[in-house]
Design a protein around this ligand. Structure first.
Ligand code: CA
Ligand code: CA
Length: 166
């Protein structure tokens, strides 16, 4: 049986929960691009297939300007929202994010890249980041389709090598 003195605080907690809503909390809205294989430019990742072709699985974002820092992980690409991640509730003001990309196995493939943004007093701040692609001989992908991946491919001499076929 619930004590009568506890009931008002229980209602207060429920009220606060409803007031914050059910949508994603957004201090920032981070949009990323990832470097394309075989080019020096960046591509938008538009499908999960694009991510796996590049070896990326997860984008890790750390709000390094918070103490302690706040870490979030996002899928490389979301069919609903695209290559985007939403920040936790944070007070208005400048923020610094540390962004990196990992393989499905948790291997660091790109970054961390430091980006600065601003949380407005109302709403959220949009932040763009460009993540360099991983080198062909350390991206976990069979880039030339010969069945051998990275250093298992005879044409890869070292992890920093950027060509699996020569
Ligand atoms: Ca590779
Ligand atoms: Ca290969």
């Amino acid at each position: 049986m619930i004590s009568r003195t506890l009931l008002p605080s229980a209602f207060l907690i429920i009220g606060v929960f409803l007031a914050t809503g059910c949508g994603p909390s957004r201090s920032y809205e981070l949009h990323w691009k990832i470097g394309c294989a075989g080019t020096s430019g960046y591509c938008n990742v538009e499908s999960a297939k694009d991510c796996s072709a590049l070896g990326f699985d997860t984008v890790v974002v750390e709000v390094s300007s918070s103490s302690p820092s706040i870490r979030s992980q996002f899928s490389c690409y979301s069919p609903v929202s695209g290559p985007v991640g939403f920040g936790p509730d944070l007070p208005a003001g400048p923020i610094t994010l540390s962004v990196s990309a990992q393989s499905a196995g948790g291997q660091l493939l790109s970054g961390p890249i430091t980006v600065n943004g601003q949380v407005p007093s109302d709403g959220y701040g949009r932040i763009n980041v460009e993540l360099p692609r991983a080198k062909a001989c350390s991206d976990g992908v069979d880039n030339d389709g010969d069945g051998a991946v990275d250093l298992n491919d005879a044409q890869c001499t070292e992890a920093d090598d950027d060509n699996e076929s020569e």
